[in-house]
Design a protein around this ligand. Structure first.
Ligand SMILES: NC(=O)c1ccc[n+]([C@@H]2O[C@H](COP(=O)([O-])OP(=O)(O)OC[C@H]3O[C@@H](n4cnc5c(N)ncnc54)[C@H](O)[C@@H]3O)[C@@H](O)[C@H]2O)c1
Ligand SMILES: [Zn+2]
Length: 381
């Protein structure tokens, strides 16, 4: 057995852990920081709590609160120009994946030349980045611990990823209390994103025993808590478990990568702006059905881990998880592709673009055809 497994994060976890932020800022000896967030995080009163901490740390603070869902190259360049002008020495990313990914990307440009699209792909960042403290406010992407930033190139109309160990946040403050204000539909979508990460990384052709351990355990924690968190947003215990499940899963998927579900979701978001988790969840069961024959034992193992009933015949058991995911997305109010305003006329174009997605190379089933993708889109319609 031989494999590589990368971990970097310094994680402070727990309700109220946001109060540790001022000490962390002092420990990094930061003089000028940029807080990166979006309007939703600001409206939820979380930005204000962060600013109390920066005030306590007596650090000069610039707020960039213009992050958008599915952040674009243009947003990165805008935030970077401000950060450069303000001679920022470190970042505090507070929000969901969109805010954290934006901060990671801006941070690359602070110490590396060129434009952000130059860093698309794996391992292109040359110089170390500035300190970045990530404070997740959704339980979904795991961006707080991953080596990934996912961005939209509005010219090429693609969602691309920058994958580099240099962009991992220096510190994470994971305070489950901050997720209490997340609306139910966002809790469902982000939670299903996390479940998709767990499942896709578990069956990825890059998985190894250590990633599998994280993916499987993460899946179990997330599955046991997602309905509770969606149906009662004030259930702090469920919120805490969802945040924990995301971190556990994140260690798995940032080492094992993802697969076809994300290939389709990225294409849907690039063309039609679908929320990342909603796009993943809508196609997840059907991609699982498609992949199952290539990883039947692993499909059954995940179902067993979730306590689902198996009959002992692998031909049937390989589809139990996919069946359960169909039930789950219905219960959580995940919208079908037609309900997300996708029309059948776009399927051909979408399928062509999905085939160009680099993440497909990690999918357990290879030789994916346009017809395969069209069939999946039709089922998710
Ligand atoms: N870097 C990675 O490893 C990674 C992994 C998966 C996905 N992603 C990317 O992350 C992005 C999606 O991130 P996301 O799903 O967390 O959504 P998001 O960051 O876009 O946030 C979704 C919505 O929830 C609101 N919100 C966030 N926290 C809130 C809170 N506590 N209270 C009230 N409202 C709140 C936001 O304002 C926003 O309107 C996508 O661009 C996706 O591609 C990145
Ligand atoms: Zn995702």
């Amino acid at each position: 057995m031989s494999f590589n497994f990368f971990v970097k994060s310094n994680i402070t976890f727990g309700n109220g852990s946001l109060n540790d932020l001022s000490d962390l800022i002092k420990r990094h000896e930061l003089r000028r920081v940029m807080v990166v967030c979006d309007s939703g995080v600001k409206a939820a009163g979380i930005l204000e709590q962060v600013l109390q901490q920066t005030k306590k740390a007596e650090v000069y603070t610039v707020v960039f609160d213009e992050v958008i869902p599915n952040p674009t190259n243009e947003i990165i360049e805008t935030a970077y120009r401000i950060a450069r002008k303000e001679e920022i020495g470190g970042f505090i990313a507070v929000g969901g994946g969109s805010s954290i990914d934006t901060a990671k990307a801006v941070n690359i440009l602070m110490t590396n030349p060129g434009t952000i699209r130059d860093y698309a792909g794996i391992g292109k960042v040359k110089k170390e980045c500035l300190p970045l403290i990530a404070i997740p406010t959704t339980a979904g992407t795991s961006s707080e611990i991953t080596n990934v930033s996912a961005l939209i190139d509005t010219e090429k109309i693609i969602k691309y990823v920058i994958i580099d160990n240099k962009i991992v946040a220096s510190d994470v403050i994971a305070d489950p209390k901050l997720t209490i204000t997340v609306p139910a539909s966002v809790t469902a979508a982000t939670g299903m994103d996390a479940i998709t990460h767990a499942v896709e990384s578990f069956i990825s052709n890059q998985s190894n025993p250590l990633t599998e351990y994280h993916s499987l355990k993460g899946l179990q924690i997330l599955y046991q808590n997602i309905v509770k968190a969606v149906e009662d947003g004030a259930d702090l215990e469920a919120r805490e478990q969802m945040m924990l499940g995301c971190i556990v899963t994140g260690f798995g998927f940032s080492n094992a990568n993802l697969g076809l579900v994300h290939g389709i979701a990225h294409t849907l978001s690039a063309h039609f702006g679908l929320a990342h988790g909603m796009a993943n969840a809508a196609v997840l069961p059907y991609v699982l059905e498609y992949n199952a024959p290539e990883c039947s034992q692993k499909m059954a193992e995940m179902a067993r881990m979730l306590g689902l009933t198996l009959c002992g015949n692998i031909e049937e058991d390989q589809y139990v998880l996919a069946g359960e995911m169909k039930t789950l997305i219905k219960r959580l109010g995940i919208r079908t592709l037609s309900e997300q305003k996708i029309s059948r006329e776009d399927f051909e174009m979408l399928a062509d673009d999905v085939l160009r997605e680099p993440v497909l190379s990690f999918n357990i089933r290879q030789n994916i055809t346009k017809e395969d993708i069209l069939a999946i889109l039709e089922k998710a319609f």
